[in-house]
Design a protein around this ligand. Sequence first.
Ligand code: ZN
Length: 154
Amino acid sequence: MSELNELYQQLILEHNKSPRNFKELEHFTNDADGYNPLCGDHYHIWLKLDGDIISDIGFKGSGCAISKSSASMMTAAVKGTTIANAKELFEKFHSVIMTKIGDEIPEEKIEELGSLGALAGVREFPARIKCASLAWHALIAALINPKQTVSTEQ
Ligand code: ZN
């Protein structure tokens, strides 16, 4: 298990160093702000929805390694997928990181999370759970927050 932990740690550090989709979207349909005052993590997230497909996603901001790598992994996982799939993945991720310390998490539950499984260990650090879930909460907020259309005609 310690070898696996080491692998996971490297994955988190790598995403923190080179976050995926770390960009502001020029053309977007939805966006939201995510802020975790307990740690100082602050990100903005942009989505481009085509029907119910998340065709593009980007985020910018700053925060701890856990929050940034989680945001990076989240964007990589949901880009190109449907809104329903993204919400389902969030539920799976959330149930893993909220598993009580001491309770066993079935290995297949972590495996089906892909890279996000690397964050399963945060459940042992309650303060870090907010860091790990921040980008997801911002994603959900963005999904229900369409961009305001500014019109010169009104
Ligand atoms: Zn944090």
